[in-house]
Design a protein around this ligand. Sequence first.
Ligand SMILES: Nc1ncnc2c1ncn2[C@@H]1O[C@H](COP(=O)(O)OP(=O)(O)OP(=O)(O)O)[C@@H](O)[C@H]1O
Length: 234
Amino acid sequence: MGSFVQVKDVYKRYRMGEVTITASDGVSFEIEKGEFAVIVGSSGAGKTTVLNILGGMDQCDEGTILVDGCEVSRYSPKELTEYRRFDIGFVFQFYNLVQNLTAKENVELATQICREPKDAETALREVGLAERMNNFPAQLSGGEQQRVSIARALAKNPKLLLCDEPTGALDSDTGKTILKLLQDTCRRDHMTVVVITHNHAITPMADRVITLKNSKVMDVRLNDHPTPVEEIEW
Ligand SMILES: Nc1ncnc2c1ncn2[C@@H]1O[C@H](COP(=O)(O)OP(=O)(O)OP(=O)(O)O)[C@@H](O)[C@H]1O
């Protein structure tokens, strides 16, 4: 049996008139089930491209993506829709909550379109928002809004939780509580979590660090003893 996530020789090119931009240039890496993986690289290194392909929002031109034994890179558009809907939880930098729905309604909105979801209240309780379920996003701090978006993603019971700069809009203390929540969820539920970031300071807390540079994988490193989030400074 191979790894839970296998990305093999993936190429993604964008044609812009005469110019072709290679956003993924033979990218390969693996992630095991239940790992907390960080994909790190500077702006333009190709992080979002990899995350979009892994999340079924975009397709690669060449290469293979296997998730839990399924060959996502061969999925039809209809299969990709189901993959995004049932298998993937997304967390974005700017939360992407619906402003005129409460925290609970935001989570319910997502769970209405998936199989065997968690109860919205349970999901919100697990992220520490038991008291704020009936608040609208504008009544919540940035960190609390990010918790709602994590509850929304986890309520789907996804196979993979993909997070795009989840702390990018938060101050460092709030960012750390969000990373701790993600790491605790990973440990407690054996959830496979992938965080993309430009912030190298986050890498010591990961089980696996995949470094991208110029659209290629520069380095893959395993941390046998990840640093507790509380001890990380940035
Ligand atoms: N839809 C697109 N059309 C054309 N070029 C694109 C597209 N998406 C990404 N690119 C290019 O591919 C390269 C990698 O971009 P990508 O967004 O994956 O990098 P990134 O590491 O996520 O950067 P950032 O941290 O700034 O978001 C960049 O040169 C970018 O301009």
